[in-house]
Design a binder for this molecule. Structure first.
Ligand code: AMP
Length: 149
């Protein structure tokens, strides 16, 4: 089988992400380009945390910066593990499904790989990233069923 020549793997940087990259590699054509995408969603400007001595307000800019650093590190480590060069690691900002669609369209993507936890009932109505990406994608989408689903 020839395989896909250009694959986008949408990773949430949980421990499941490696499974998705491995699956993408199985489906890739010789010399295929694999892009890994993580999309960070904007946080509210202030977070109210409740601690034993009362509520505290934490500046979200700092929290967001630290989180971004940590997640960028995870994306780099994932790329290193699978030999995906830095130029194909994409740390984007926005709504995940929207950014994944936009990237796929702009980069002649043939396949999007993502995970699904097999939501049922009311969760289906609420939607998930997998549902949102599947609806409206202009290329093939592989939703890899994660174990506990
Ligand atoms: P969820 O809808 O949160 O269960 O996520 C389903 C799948 O969508 C994950 O396994 C990832 O493949 C992808 N995904 C979820 N969140 C993100 C994100 N922030 N950036 C990129 N991909 C994501």
């Amino acid at each position: 089988m020839a395989g896909y020549t250009r694959i986008v793997v949408a990773v949430d940087l949980s421990s499941e992400s490696a499974t998705l990259v491995a699956r993408a590699r199985e489906l890739a054509a010789e010399g295929a380009v694999i892009d890994l995408i993580y999309v960070q969603e904007p946080m509210d400007s202030v977070y109210l945390g409740v601690v034993p001595y009362g509520p505290v307000f934490v500046g979200m800019d700092q929290v967001e910066d630290r989180l971004r650093e940590e997640l960028r590190g995870k994306l780099s480590a994932l790329g290193e593990e699978f030999g995906v060069p830095e130029s194909h690691l994409h740390f984007l900002n926005g709504v995940p499904a929207k950014e994944i669609h936009r990237f796929a369209e702009e980069n002649d993507t043939r396949l999007i790989v993502l995970g699904t936890h097999g939501q049922k009932g009311v969760q289906l109505l609420l939607g998930s990233t997998a549902n949102s990406v599947l609806h409206g994608a202009s290329c093939d989408v592989l939703a890899v069923r994660m174990r506990e689903g």
